[in-house]
Write a protein that binds this ligand. Structure first.
Ligand SMILES: C[S@@+](CC[C@H](N)C(=O)[O-])C[C@H]1O[C@@H](n2cnc3c(N)ncnc32)[C@H](O)[C@@H]1O
Length: 200
């Protein structure tokens, strides 16, 4: 699937309601994308930006990435998610450390509150954008917010991965397709394929 062949599905569902329902009816350990430790993300961050800086976890949900980054003490962390219930889970867990994080409850395709970041981290969010307009909105925010020399870490389903996640259709990407979508402003520095074991 390349740019012109990508699914172009309309937004005929309430995206906010979908994700609020997920996080208010399921345990955070039950969701299919749960990982007890965000090892892959932390390894990439340590490898490419060991000194720390400003990072945004786009669609961070209730991931433990924010906990680990705050614990390092060298990161200014922003967590953005469309679901306030997801952000509430993470805030409660972080307790007094929650005040060290910038929390944004926004749809990334519409957010007007982004700053500049050394790393834009996205584990399993971009692939939910199945129409061209949303992808363009996401990419313009990415391009405006990432500093020169910054990093975009993105994890999407691969061409042989599932067609749906959380009951929603996804776009699946090969490495070439991700490069095409990003255009010439980005240079591929690393890629890898990961298997993910869902809690079930
Ligand atoms: C598959 S989950 C991944 C969560 C987290 N990145 C992780 O690895 O645990 C997708 C997340 O993206 C959020 N999300 C989906 N669409 C979004 C959008 N348009 N803007 C912001 N967040 C979105 C959901 O609420 C959910 O938390």
């Amino acid at each position: 699937m390349n740019g012109s062949q990508m699914a172009d599905e309309g937004r005929d569902f309430d995206r906010v309601a979908h994700w609020e329902k997920v996080y208010s009816t399921k345990q955070t350990t039950e969701v299919s994308w749960f990982e007890a430790e965000p090892t892959t993300s932390l390894d990439l961050i340590d490898r490419f930006v060991p000194q720390g800086g400003r990072i945004i976890d786009v669609g961070g949900g209730a991931s433990f990435l924010v906990d680990r980054l705050v614990a390092k003490g060298t990161w200014e962390v922003t967590v953005l998610d469309i679901a306030s219930s997801a952000i509430e889970h993470a805030r409660k867990r972080l307790a007094e450390n929650a005040g060290k994080v910038h929390w944004l409850c926004d749809d990334i395709t519409e957010s007007t509150r982004l700053a500049k970041y050394d790393i834009w981290h996205d584990r399993a969010v971009f692939h939910f954008l199945t129409n061209t307009e949303d992808r363009q909105a996401y990419l313009s925010r990415l391009n405006e917010s990432i500093v020169l020399g910054g990093y975009f870490f993105v994890a999407t389903f691969a061409p042989d991965g599932p067609e749906k996640c959380s009951g929603l259709p996804v776009c699946r990407y090969s490495v070439d397709q991700i490069e095409n979508v990003l255009g010439r402003g980005f240079k591929l520095v690393s890629n890898a394929k990961f298997g993910h074991m869902t809690p079930t």
